[in-house]
Design a protein around this ligand. Structure first.
Ligand SMILES: Nc1ncnc2c1ncn2[C@@H]1O[C@H](COP(=O)(O)OP(=O)(O)OP(=O)(O)O)[C@@H](O)[C@H]1O
Length: 228
């Protein structure tokens, strides 16, 4: 469902970030992207929702080369991809409900459909009772759960999380992982860039390790090599 073929990225200032990346991620997988600071993890992730474009090579989502999309087609791509950030990026003046509903209002879904779907996803992240709260009335973990609800409200094929537990204490980080695993069990592909070794070592998934812009390891943490 996600395929990178010979993808390289050099930023406009000449900084090389990715070199000849070849990778396939199948529907329903849960994949960690790991590597030292500056290795290229965020750049890798940004390629998938076309926040950045490759300088060489192609990125395919469900068989379509997203480098070839016209600007006006990009919102359609982004509806198929939910994104979660380390710093949540919630709209501070909107309630929890409104933050999550926003993506559905943009596509002019009927009000009753919006209400039902928003409450459904708030239930998945255990925040139904806080639908009317503002983001700054919530803990960091709760804010991250709102941003997860917002990421899945359009029922995307893939959720991309860039350091989703980076700003959270360890206990809250595990709660976020429970929710991401639950979403993955419901069929959504998950890609998560992380520095959190204890999560990667405990909740065993496919691990893609990037160093200096190259994939240096791609395996299941279960102890056997990754093959397809
Ligand atoms: N917009 C940009 N313009 C120029 N260089 C950039 C840009 N974004 C990232 N880089 C550079 O590209 C390289 C890879 O950065 P990237 O953010 O992808 O790494 P990362 O693995 O996500 O790091 P971290 O773990 O610290 O978030 C780094 O050398 C970085 O300085």
């Amino acid at each position: 469902m996600i395929e990178m073929r010979n993808v390289s990225k050099t930023y406009a200032n000449g900084v090389p970030a990715l070199h000849s990346i070849d990778v396939v991620i199948e529907k329903g997988e849960f994949v960690y992207i790991v590597g030292p600071s500056g290795a290229g993890k965020s750049t890798f992730i940004k390629m998938i929702y076309r926040e950045e474009r490759p300088t060489e090579g192609s990125v395919f989502i469900q068989g379509s080369d997203i480098g070839k999309l016209k600007e006006k087609q990009i919102p359609y791509l982004r509806r198929k991809i939910g994104v979660i950030f380390q710093d949540f990026k919630l709209l501070p003046k909107l309630s929890v409900f409104e933050n999550v509903a926003f993506a559905l209002e943009v596509i002019e879904e009927p009000r009753d459909v919006i209400r039902q779907r928003v409450m459904e996803v708030l239930d998945i992240v255990h925040l139904k009772s806080k639908a009317r709260f503002l983001p700054d009335e919530l803990s960091g973990g709760e804010q991250q759960r709102v941003s997860i609800a917002r990421a899945i409200v359009n029922d995307p094929h893939v959720v991309i999380a860039d350091e989703p537990t980076g700003n959270l204490d360890p206990e809250t980080a595990w709660e976020i992982m429970d929710i991401l695993e639950d979403i993955n069990r419901r069929g959504t592909t998950i890609l998560m860039a992380t520095h959190n070794q204890s999560i990667v070592n405990t909740i065993k998934k496919r691990v893609i390790a990037i160093e200096s812009g190259r994939i240096v390891r791609d395996e299941w943490r279960g102890g056997y090599g990754y093959e397809r």
